[in-house]
Design a protein. Sequence first.
Length: 309
Amino acid sequence: MGVDIGGTKIASGLVNARGEILSFERLAMVSNSSPQKALDAVLGAISQVARDAWHQVKGIGICAPGPLDPTTGVILNPPNIPCWRNFPLAEAVQKQYAVPVKVDNDANAAALAEARWGAARGYNFVFYATIGTGIGTGIVFAQKIYHGRTGSAAEGGHVSIDYRGPLCRCGKPGCIEILASGTAIASRARERLPQGRESSMLALAGGIPEGISGEIVAKAYAAGDPLAAEILNESAEMLALWLSNMVDLIDPDVIVIGGGAAALYRPFFDFLKHRVPQLSVNPRAAEVPILLARYGADSGIAGGAALCT
């Protein structure tokens, strides 16, 4: 069973040995209540999706917001779930259900799901990036998540590519998250519209600049909008630079890109495959495929289940 916990929702699902999601449910998460009420919401989501299938469940894997300790299953101090501080989530769930329980962050778990069942199946050294509101990453070596010394490895979204760049929420300037995430793309579009540039993006947003989203930028780009093309081309160039750094750092077999904003970059995959090797020191960087993830919105369910395999 895979469980994906967010600040406002919990998705839980049953996943078979081939990585197929057989059934799933989505419920509300009460992240601003007491620790027990939040736990009860998680237990309810688990119980509801399992129903009469408990005899088939071999384990429960939970994707939870970090920071967390994947070794102990303790949730440390996630900003999206303020009711949990040093909360032993794995232990609390295991008290209710007599199966192994694993806890990890969503990008790590999604990377493992892609390595086990998805786009990275058959590869040994996997670099996974999920691009959405922010940018998260996971590293899988030989079918095992690379956690580092303390469990905090693979915060690739907070690798800076410009020390003079805009300040990221983490406090560093020029992180790839603040430059090339879906949120960053939409923000850059809103900033440039008042500069007198003609664009269909404003009309697509109903005349409200604040309504411009990454999806609207993508629609405008597909329709031939020059400003949308400029913004996405810049973003793809920044993403290529960052990915070349990842290739030089960890020398992966494959790069997998997922997340809600991955579709923004889909028209640029050929560009990335060409540009990343140009920017890499690694002389064999051109051999590294850049692939779209198998799992989309359900990556947390699949990722949670992969933690138990």
